[in-house]
Design a protein around this ligand. Structure first.
Ligand SMILES: Nc1ncnc2c1ncn2[C@@H]1O[C@H](COP(=O)(O)OP(=O)(O)O)[C@@H](O)[C@H]1O
Ligand SMILES: [Mg+2]
Length: 401
């Protein structure tokens, strides 16, 4: 574990570039530092391997103050990958990867074996690349070597400072996938700096959003997207971003929490009245109305009413009991279902609304065209909400359509 305790850094003439920074990075975690240029990301990272010395505060690795450690030893246990890969041009790829193992005095055989193993890990054929020189490789391939080199001496921690910033988008995406895969395989502790929110969301276990030498929010990508802590974070991630990540949006995020319930023993006349006055898309029939989530026994929907009326021309709702007429075979979605699945489901089955249940099968909300539009307008205020769709929907609920 890496722990920052009230760490500050002042450069000559530049005060508190890092300002009383407190945060922890757990073992095996991939943490992304993100923020605008100059906010202190590189400085934070370079203090971990003591390329920069903190002015105040402590940095602990597994409980030990790094200022009390041998700098060289410390750095050997921390891989470092930067944007300018920095491969030595007169050395072969193999020699570049084996640099640190060689300094650590590993035997030749072991070094070569390790280098070839790492080439395979970063998906470059050892037969083809081991004896090549850096300038024969593309930028993306060189960065793969950079990663292999950082892993060579099997460090516990890897620092990556905008490693993919100079690469084209396609190569970049591929290398992001590689990092995710390598992390799954090796469980290193990785601190990764970027200024690209899409990159952060894709690879991070947790994201630290930095501003002026401080961490403004430190949380999972999902939490940061859904609950930005203040205007800065919200502005920084961009309102529409959650929308680009629809698999992170769950049924519970798009449902309306207020559900209209009605007692199973009540009369149908009451159901008809309640549907109209509430403008609900459906009523949830329950045993006895309670002010908390409860299991639904059935549904009363405008469509159901139309069907009943169609079948029985003369019908006295005042005498009919709800439980005898409600729709019992209704479908629900679990609150953790993601939005893509929910929308697919609704469109393939042609549902306009769908109740949402928790793990106890109790109804906690309802997804309706309006609830979806509402959430869209919150995430993307610029998106045009067709008034027409909304009023149309209301009319339908009221049985006028
Ligand atoms: N060696 C230095 N001397 C003086 N100022 C520095 C030095 N290194 C960084 N800074 C300043 O500290 C701030 C943070 O820099 P840096 O950590 O590199 O930001 P980032 O990586 O987030 O872009 C910047 O304003 C930068 O100009
Ligand atoms: Mg930087």
């Amino acid at each position: 574990m890496i722990e920052f305790k009230k760490v500050s850094k002042t450069f000559d003439g530049k005060k508190n570039v890092i300002n009383k920074l407190n945060f922890k990075i757990n073992k095996g975690e991939l943490v992304v530092l993100i923020g605008e240029s100059g906010c202190g990301k590189t400085t934070t990272m370079r203090m971990i391997n003591l390329l920069i010395k903190p002015t105040k505060g402590e940095i602990l690795i597994d409980g030990k103050n790094i200022l009390k450690m041998n700098k060289i030893q410390l750095r050997r246990n921390i891989g470092y990958v930067i944007q300018k890969v920095g491969l030595l041009p007169h050395m072969t790829i193999g020699e570049n990867i084996e640099l640190l193992p060689k300094i650590k005095k590993w035997k030749k055989e072991k070094r070569v074996e390790r280098a070839k193993e790492l080439l395979e890990l970063v998906e470059l054929d050892p037969e083809e690349y081991y004896d090549r020189y850096p300038n024969e490789l593309s930028g993306g391939q060189q960065q793969r070597i950079g990663i292999a080199r950082a892993l060579a001496a099997d460090p516990d921690i890897i620092l990556m400072d905008e490693p993919f910033s100079a690469l084209d988008p396609i190569t970049r995406e591929k290398l992001q996938d590689e990092i995710i895969r390598i992390q799954d395989e090796l469980h290193k502790t990785i601190i990764f700096v970027t200024h690209d929110m899409d990159e952060a969301i894709k690879i991070a276990d947790r994201i630290a959003v930095m501003n002026n030498g401080e961490i403004v929010q430190y949380d999972t990508p999902e939490e940061i997207l859904k609950n930005p802590i203040n205007d800065f974070v919200e502005f920084f991630i961009g309102k529409e971003r959650l929308w680009r990540q629809p698999e992170l949006v769950l049924a519970k995020d798009i449902m309306r929490k207020k559900v209209y319930k009605i007692n199973a023993e009540g009369k149908m006349a009451r159901a008809v009245e309640k549907l109209k006055e509430s403008e609900a898309t459906m009523l949830i029939v329950v045993d006895k109305i309670k002010d908390k989530p409860q299991k639904g026994l059935g549904l009363i929907t405008p469509k159901l009413l139309k069907r009943i009326e169609f079948n029985k021309k003369t019908l006295n709702y005042n005498t009919k009991v709800i439980k005898d007429y409600m729709r019992k075979d209704f479908v629900t979605v679990d609150e953790k279902t993601n939005m893509v699945q929910v929308l697919n489901y609704m469109s393939t089955r042609n549902f306009r609304s769908i109740p949402v249940t928790n793990s106890k099968n109790e109804i906690v909300g309802i997804i309706t065209p309006n609830s979806i539009l509402n959430i869209m307008s919150k995430i993307s205020p610029d998106c045009i909400i067709e008034e027409e769709i909304i009023s149309q929907n209301k009319e339908e609920v009221n049985g006028k359509a």
